[in-house]
Design a protein around this ligand. Structure first.
Ligand SMILES: Cc1cc2nc3c(=O)[nH]c(=O)nc-3n(C[C@H](O)[C@H](O)[C@H](O)COP(=O)(O)OP(=O)(O)OC[C@H]3O[C@@H](n4cnc5c(N)ncnc54)[C@H](O)[C@@H]3O)c2cc1C
Length: 396
């Protein structure tokens, strides 16, 4: 079979992999997506997106479906967890929509994933392979092949590694070891809204920042659910452990926080903790006929809430370039990284600065308050315009 007749292989059916598959499939380019989990799906927590994401969803024709499963908060609020003072407020209502031409979005990950998956299922050119964990790949010069854990193998014209922060594709291509843990862990919880006991605003995204910890919360599914993420510095990075010991550790971390923050902590499910980390940005994400996108290429801390946004932007842009350049994959992958590395590196690096900003203490904390107290709405919008104004997609 000639190389151009073979499908494009995508390893990883997360947001980035599915966005790429949908954008390719809509152009009639055959694509096969391999997902290691038994079913295509997402972990069951909330996720936030800036207005930049709608530049992609509009082009994929799924904005209405996405809006119908998500919600628009009225503001993004940062509070000082030690005294309850407001540090920053970015309104995300009418003036925000006018400035950025699109809305801010909070959505259940499963609901967004379902929208992408359903759109993919309607396209004959897209084949979805669940329970398909890739262990290794080979670049044969004019085509690629992959091996799965269960012994099956597949061939394609190129391979796109969209397999997340612990990417197997990246490990084989670049071999730069594990992601860099930053010393923090996260616990995530979703509860029915009517069970929320903490006296906190329910229609906004709130971040309580304190020395060495933060809590984020916001509503989901049209106000019926409440999503909480508690993040803090910890020497205990085990994914699972003694829940009572985890609780004691969180209470110690929050001993000086406001009663509302303590009430949120009491609602946390502590069964599972996630190690927080990223990687230093790099300029090149491909070798021969194999390329990376999303977290596999440029994982970031979650402080800007843009990791999935960048993965989805990547998916569309890479598909556009493949469509434009045909079988010239060297040009496609080279151009892709050239176009995307600075924007994604800025997300990674600004996320690190913001991480420190969330967690500062002492005089630094006082300076933080002073720096932002006099900012007006236009100043706030200006700070995020490089991100929320979106990426310059080629429409060809
Ligand atoms: C606490 C927390 C909060 C966050 N909040 C936000 C937010 O609000 N907004 C935002 O934009 N981002 C957020 N992020 C970041 C976001 O979750 C990631 O950046 C995003 O999921 C990356 O998408 P991806 O498609 O590149 O990878 P993933 O979503 O990780 O998908 C990779 C897929 O590949 C599969 N896979 C892995 N290895 C293999 C293999 N060998 N073979 C086959 N399949 C494989 C996995 O099962 C998975 O389905 C947050 C992250 C964390 C930890």
């Amino acid at each position: 079979m000639a190389a151009e007749q073979k499908p494009i292989l995508i390893v990883g059916g997360g947001f980035g992999g599915l966005a790429a598959a949908l954008a390719l499939g809509q152009r009639g380019i055959p694509v096969q997506v391999f997902e290691g989990a038994p079913e295509f799906g997402a972990i069951g927590y909330g996720i936030q997106f800036g207005p930049n994401i709608f530049h992609v969803f509009d082009r994929l024709g799924i904005s209405d479906e996405v809006k119908s499963v998500g919600d628009e908060p009225s503001a993004l609020l940062m509070l000082d967890a030690l005294n309850g003072d407001q540090v920053i407020r970015i309104p995300t209502g009418e003036s925000f929509r006018e400035r950025f031409n699109q809305q801010y979005l909070i959505v259940h990950r499963i609901d967004l994933h379902t929208v992408l998956l359903d759109a993919c299922k309607k396209i004959d050119a897209i084949k979805l392979e669940p329970e398909a964990m890739m262990t290794t790949y080979q670049d044969h010069g004019d085509h690629v092949s992959i091996e799965l854990e269960d012994g099956r193998s597949f061939t394609g014209s190129v391979l796109i590694g969209a397999d997340g922060i612990g990417s197997t594709t990246r490990a084989q291509m670049i071999g730069d070891g594990d992601p860099l843990p930053n010393g923090y862990v996260a616990h995530r919880t979703i509860v029915p809204m009517e069970t929320v006991t903490a006296d906190v605003p329910r229609d906004v995204v709130v971040l309580w920042g304190g020395p060495g910890f933060h809590i984020v919360h916001y509503p989901l599914r049209h106000g019926t659910l409440f999503n909480i993420v508690a993040v803090f510095r910890s020497d205990n990075q085990a994914a699972r452990g003694d829940v009572e010991a985890y609780r004691a550790e969180l209470h110690e971390t929050h001993k000086a926080t406001q009663p509302e923050a303590k009430a949120l902590i009491d609602m946390m499910d502590l069964e599972r903790r996630f190690v927080v980390g990223d990687r230093d940005p790099i300029r090149h994400w491909h070798q021969g006929r194999v390329g990376l996108l999303g977290d596999a290429a440029h994982p970031t801390l979650q402080s800007l809430a843009q990791g999935a946004g960048m993965a989805i932007e990547d998916g569309l842009h890479l598909a556009n370039l493949i469509h434009a350049n045909g079988d010239d994959y060297e040009t496609t992958f080279t151009q892709f990284a050239k176009d995307r590395y600075l924007r994604t590196a800025r997300v990674t690096l600004e996320s690190r600065y913001i991480w420190d900003f969330y967690h500062c203490d002492g005089i630094e904390r006082e300076v933080r308050y002073q720096m932002y107290k006099d900012q007006n709405e236009a100043d706030r919008f200006q700070c995020v315009s490089w991100l929320y104004d979106g990426f310059g997609f080629i429409d060809r």
